[in-house]
Every structure is written in structure tokens, then in C-alpha cells.
Design a protein around this ligand. Structure first.
Ligand SMILES: Nc1nc2c(c(=O)[nH]1)N[C@H]1C(S)=C(S)[C@@H](COP(=O)(O)OP(=O)(O)OC[C@H]3O[C@@H](n4cnc5c(=O)[nH]c(N)nc54)[C@H](O)[C@@H]3O)O[C@H]1N2
Ligand SMILES: Nc1nc2c(c(=O)[nH]1)N[C@H]1C(S)=C(S)[C@@H](COP(=O)(O)OP(=O)(O)OC[C@H]3O[C@@H](n4cnc5c(=O)[nH]c(N)nc54)[C@H](O)[C@@H]3O)O[C@H]1N2
Ligand code: SF4
Ligand SMILES: [Mo]
Length: 573
């Protein structure tokens, strides 16, 4: 085994921490800039996971070799285009991509879009050409951080630790941990962030604090963008966004002559027009001139692979059909191969997901027996991250983390690279590069940060507000991450959280319905939740019964919050 004994946290999280083995204990690396010796509760839970004991076919234990035989026989029997390769983000190491290489060569249908950051990512790309965060030092060197639709101190606790002494402004319908630490909390109505961005732009102009040099030299379309902000009287925004003009004034007092950063999260873009909404926020930031400065900028979930060449690329002549991940119909495939995902909990419209899985031959390639494995015909156990050499890039900052294999793979488990290699050999496809070559590439390649050339402002905004369909009985649906879970993994909280003004009481059993489905929940009251909002932690086993399995406007991605829900007392749980 390798003497370096480094381990990258494989979990889907901005921080991408680096751990190492010190005196037989796993500790956060001191030298790794963002990790700074600390790990988190989810990493501790990951170490205690209950891994699969054995491969299974029709619920019977079989050997690993038999499981690979069953899979390849099935694949040989099938029309490749009637198989689906579905990959989640259970492990964010680069080596995960090996399996996709096989299924691409084989001819499977693949997915496009994302269950996560797709809409917002596209919005940034449309404005700046690529989705790249500025170097983290620019965040550290800023004075004021505007946290917009992101639970910064919980979902990227290490990035937060580097800047925790700054002045914060939070824009979020929920009184999150970071909202409580902020000088200003704008408790915005859901899906009105583009309106607030337009309003703030209008104010910036009125106060003459737009960045004229940036607008003239590095951008296109600023006048068009500014024109949109003039379409409405300023006071009309108060009622729709729920943000008072007094707070807007305070916002400008706080940022005046300061170096400003925007740290934007998923919350703003879980809607049909997620890309447009994000682009409005990025346009506001550009108008204020936060881009291209010595300090400050806009951070989102960056494309961590930007600047790297995909080491698992297949020949360009191979073309696969792609379906939108948000609206996959599992039943339309003869075989579905699921890797590192738990769509029964994490994908939208749970009822449709389960019905679909029941009507297909389902292969689950996962480390643990998750909710989706209940519907699997074949389970192939993936080896633990501790036994797989890998490299982890981050979508939050520019530091990478290295993973050495520090233990032997458990019996009857297989790594992604190994599984792909076995299948590629069985089918006579083009072999992967060697593991060493791939790992060396990702370990040694350095990517220099490059500023975008020209910023293109959004010049037309067409967003259908949810508040148009709001009445006195329905609620906005909000989901966000929990400190104690990582998406559907670890400690799961299945409650619905409501404000006291909802009229419900603690522990009430309620039936919640939307036009996509219904489910029962137990109520917890919390004054942190904005009235008229119903809050659920991501990973809640029932919440996605309520969410739309439809794609957003432009990015083929999920839009979990493009829905209003009805809540009634129920006699059953
Ligand atoms: N502890 C922990 N950390 C995690 C994860 C985890 O599960 N647990 N998951 C990881 C993953 S996969 C991701 S993608 C990231 C995501 O991390 P974040 O970007 O922080 O995403 P969320 O927690 O989904 O939502 C962020 C915030 O948006 C708010 N919000 C909801 N709707 C709106 C709206 O309309 N407008 C505004 N302004 N705000 C809104 C929510 O209240 C919430 O506070 O976190 C990663 N880190
Ligand atoms: N309503 C609602 N739904 C959401 C969200 C939300 O905010 N609200 N968040 C969305 C977001 S941001 C995301 S990223 C998705 C996440 O959705 P998924 O990508 O499906 O992630 P998880 O549900 O955490 O399931 C990951 C699974 O990967 C498996 N796994 C872990 N490590 C490995 C490994 O090394 N190899 C293999 N082969 N398998 C492994 C584990 O068994 C685990 O169950 O969920 C989305 N769903
Ligand atoms: S903060 Fe994120 S990357 Fe760091 S150990 Fe925890 S889950 Fe892993
Ligand atoms: Mo995510």
C-alpha cells in the first residue's frame, strides 16, 4: 500500500477535503489549504457506513464473478440503445468516469443535464463563456460577502471558515445559519431573485455606483440590461420580493466602497427559468463591477473539470442518444445501470421513478444498500473509497485532493476502473489508459485561472413568477441540504418544517399534495421558515413525491421548486 496515506473525501461537497492517516487515525490534512486539519460529521459517518456484503441477483447472494457474468450476458442480449447508463454523484473522484466510458462505447443511452446546478451553470456560461470560480484568495481578500441562495456555513463549512470574519449579507427565504450571522438578511420570496437583482441594479444606477470602466471595456449589452430594470416602479418590487426598500438602502450602505463577493448557491435556480435567474444575478454583479478586480467576484458551483482533458474520452465517431436526467422514464429501457446514485430518493417524482424501475431490469452499482437497491435485479458492490486510488477536484475552490488506496478492497467488491476494464475486455472495446497514467495526469496537471474576456449581460428576461399562482391555501416548496446528511446519505430528517403562522402544530400528521403526487409528513414548527413556505431537508424520503419530473427551460436539468403544494391534516402517517 502507498506510504503517503492520503485520502480525498469523495462526497459531493464544495470543500473537497484532503485527509491523511496519522497514527492509524484519519485526520484532516494540515497542509491542504481549505481542509486546514478539519473534517466534518458527514465524513465521520462515511467511515462508519454499512457496505454491501455480497453481490445479489434476484435477491440471492452470488459471487462477484457471477454478477459480472449476469451483467455481460444481459448486455449481450440487449439492444444497446434500449439500455440506460445513469450516474449520480455518490463519489466525485475522477476515476468514477471509467464506467461511463464502457457504456458509451457499448452504445447505451446516456443522460444530459443535472439534478443539481445545471440551470445556474448555464446562466453563468451564457454571460461569461465558462463556469469558473475566481481563485479563493479573492474571496478571502473581499470585505463584504453576499450569500445568495446558499447555506454557505453548512454546505461549504471549510470555505466559510476561511472568511468567517467578513461582513455578510444573506438573501434566502429561510433564516439559515449564515443568515443569523449576517448584518442584513433579506428574507426573499421564493423565485423572485431575478426581480431583486433588477431592483438592486436600478438602485446602483440611481446611486451612481455602477462600474463604468468595466461596462465600457469588458462587457456587452449593459444598456439593454439596465433598460429591463426600468420597466417597473421601484416600490412595486417590495410586495413581490418581500424585501423592503429600507433593506435595499442598507445593502448599499454596507457595500459602498467595499470589495464585494457574491457566493451563490442552488437556491436561486431550482426553477424553470433557473438559467435566466442566475444570469440576472451575475449581471447585477457585473454592473457593480465585482468581476475582474483584485479582490471579490462571483462564486457558484464551478465546472471543476474546466481546463482538464477528459482522460476517459471515447472516439468522437461514437454518438449516444441522451435523455434529460430530470425526466428519465426508467420503464422505457430494457436495462438500467445505476452507478453512485439513489434516484428513488434524490430524483424528482418518486412515484414515477419507482414505477419505472419496477418495469425494467435494474442494475445497482453502489457501495451501500440504498433505497434504489430495493428495486434492483442485480447488485454489484462498489469498493469503498479507502481502497481506490483517485483524484478529487472541487467545484468550490481550486485545490485538489489526492486519494491513495490505503486498504485492500473488501471481498466481493470491485472498483469503477476495474469494473470498466473487465467489461471493456469482455466486449473487445478500446482499452482505457492505465490507472497510473490517468491518476498522474489529474494529479500533476495545473490549471491557471483565466479571466473571461467579455461579459454579456442578459438583455431580455422572461420569467413566470410562482407568486402568480399563489393563493391563501397553498405553499412554496423549499428543500435544502442538512448538516447531518449528504443528499440521501447518512442521518435523514423526514419532517416538513412550517412557520407558526401556517396554523399547524408540532407533530401534526399532514398529507401534502402537488399536481405531481402526494405524501404524508409530520410537522415541525420553526420560526426560521418564512411563512407560506414548507421546508424539507434534501434526502427526505418523501419530498420528491411532490416534485416535477420535468426539465427546466434550457439546461435539461431538474427544477425541484417549480411547484406549489397543498397541506391538510391527515389521520394516517
Ligand atoms: N452538509 C451538507 N453539505 C453539502 C450537501 C449536503 O447534502 N449536506 N450537498 C452538497 C451538494 S450536492 C450541493 S449541490 C451543495 C448545495 O449547497 P447550497 O448551494 O447551499 O444548496 P441548498 O442547500 O440546496 O440551498 C441553498 C439555499 O437556498 C435557499 N433557497 C431556496 N429557494 C430559494 C429562492 O428562491 N431564493 C433564494 N435566494 N434562496 C432560496 C435555501 O433556503 C437554502 O438555504 O451542497 C453540498 N454540500
Ligand atoms: N428535492 C430535492 N431533491 C434533490 C436535491 C434537493 O435539494 N432537493 N438535491 C439534488 C442534488 S444537488 C444532488 S447532487 C442529487 C444527488 O443525488 P444522487 O447523486 O443520487 O446522490 P445520493 O442520493 O446521495 O446517492 C448517492 C449514492 O451513491 C452511492 N455511492 C457512494 N459512494 C460510491 C462509490 O464510491 N461508488 C459507487 N458506485 N457508488 C457510491 C451510495 O450508495 C449512495 O446511496 O440529489 C438532488 N435531489
Ligand atoms: S466538508 Fe465536505 S469535503 Fe470536507 S469532509 Fe465534509 S463532506 Fe467531505
Ligand atoms: Mo448537488
Amino acid at each position: 500500500m502507498n506510504s503517503n496515506k492520503k485520502v480525498a473525501c469523495p462526497l459531493d461537497c464544495y470543500d473537497a477535503c484532503q485527509a491523511e492517516i496519522i497514527d492509524e487515525n484519519i485526520k484532516g490534512s494540515k497542509e491542504h489549504f481549505t481542509t486546514n486539519s478539519k473534517l466534518c460529521v458527514n465524513f465521520a459517518q462515511l467511515l462508519k457506513e454499512d457496505y454491501h456484503q455480497s453481490p445479489k441477483f434476484n435477491n440471492e447472494d452470488i459471487s462477484l464473478e457471477e454478477s459480472l457474468e449476469v451483467l455481460s450476458a444481459k448486455l449481450k442480449d440487449n439492444d444497446a440503445s434500449k439500455t440506460l447508463f445513469y450516474e449520480g454523484s455518490g463519489n466525485l473522484g475522477k476515476m468514477q468516469a471509467a464506467v461511463k466510458n464502457f457504456f458509451t462505447q457499448y452504445g447505451s443511452t446516456l443522460t444530459k443535464g443535472s439534478l443539481c446546478d445545471g440551470g445556474g451553470g448555464l446562466g453563468i456560461e451564457q454571460g461569461r463563456g465558462s463556469i469558473v470560480n475566481p481563485p479563493i484568495q479573492k474571496l478571502i481578500d473581499s470585505d463584504v460577502i453576499v450569500v445568495w441562495g446558499r447555506n454557505f456555513s453548512v454546505t461549504s463549512s471549510h470555505m466559510y471558515n476561511l472568511v468567517k470574519d467578513k461582513t455578510f449579507i444573506t438573501i434566502d427565504p429561510i433564516k439559515t445559519d449564515i443568515a443569523k450571522k449576517s448584518d442584513i438578511h433579506m428574507q426573499i420570496n421564493p423565485k423572485t431573485d431575478y426581480e431583486l437583482a433588477l431592483l438592486l441594479t436600478r438602485f446602483a444606477n440611481m446611486q451612481d455606483i455602477e462600474d463604468e470602466e468595466f461596462l465600457e471595456e469588458h462587457s456587452e449589452g449593459a444598456e439593454w440590461f439596465f433598460d429591463i430594470t426600468r420597466n417597473r416602479p421601484v416600490v412595486s418590487y417590495e410586495a413581490t420580493t418581500g424585501v423592503s426598500l429600507a433593506l435595499v438602502n442598507q445593502f448599499f450602505e454596507l457595500i459602498e466602497n467595499k470589495k464585494v463577493s457574491f457566493v451563490v448557491g442552488l437556491g436561486v435556480q431550482k426553477y424553470f427559468e433557473g438559467a435566466q435567474i442566475m444570469r440576472c444575478i451575475d449581471s447585477l454583479a457585473a454592473y457593480l463591477g465585482v468581476h475582474k478586480k483584485q479582490a471579490g467576484g462571483v462564486w457558484y458551483l464551478s465546472n471543476s473539470s474546466h481546463g482538464y482533458e477528459n482522460q476517459f474520452k471515447v472516439k468522437s465517431s461514437i454518438k449516444n442518444k441522451k435523455v434529460s436526467v430530470a425526466q428519465v422514464d426508467f420503464s422505457s429501457y430494457d436495462l438500467v445501470f445505476i452507478q453512485g446514485a439513489n434516484p428513488v430518493v434524490s430524483a424528482p417524482n418518486t412515484k414515477a421513478v419507482i414505477e419505472g424501475l419496477k418495469n425494467s431490469f435494474v442494475v445497482c452499482f453502489t457501495t451501500t444498500y440504498n433505497d434504489t437497491c430495493e428495486y434492483a435485479d442485480l447488485i454489484i458492490p462498489a469498493s469503498s473509497f479507502l481502497s481506490k486510488a483517485d483524484v478529487r477536484l472541487s467545484y468550490g475552490h481550486e485545490y485538489k485532493a489526492i486519494s491513495n488506496a490505503i486498504e485492500n478492497p473488501k471481498e466481493n467488491t470491485i472498483s469503477e476502473y476495474k469494473l470498466a476494464s473487465v467489461l471493456i475486455e469482455k466486449f473487445g472495446f478500446e482499452a482505457l489508459k492505465s490507472e497510473e497514467e490517468i491518476l498522474d495526469y489529474y494529479t500533476n496537471k495545473t490549471v491557471e485561472y483565466e479571466e473571461f474576456e467579455t461579459f454579456e449581460f442578459i438583455e431580455e428576461v422572461d420569467v413566470e413568477p410562482l407568486y402568480k399562482h399563489k393563493n391563501s391555501t397553498n405553499f412554496y416548496l423549499i428543500t435544502a441540504k442538512s448538516k447531518n446528511s449528504l443528499n440521501s446519505q447518512f442521518t435523514i430528517d423526514n419532517h416538513v418544517y412550517l412557520n407558526e403562522s401556517s396554523g399547524f402544530k408540532n407533530n401534526d400528521a399532514v398529507k401534502i399534495s402537488s399536481s405531481f403526487g402526494e405524501a404524508n409528513f409530520t410537522v415541525k414548527l420553526s420560526e426560521d421558515i418564512k411563512s407560506e413556505c414548507a421546508f424539507f431537508y434534501a434526502g427526505n424520503k418523501k419530498v420528491n413525491y411532490l416534485t416535477p419530473n420535468k426539465e427546466d427551460e434550457e439546461s435539461f436539468s431538474a427544477m425541484f421548486q417549480e411547484v406549489l403544494i397543498e397541506i391538510e391534516l391527515s389521520s394516517t402517517l
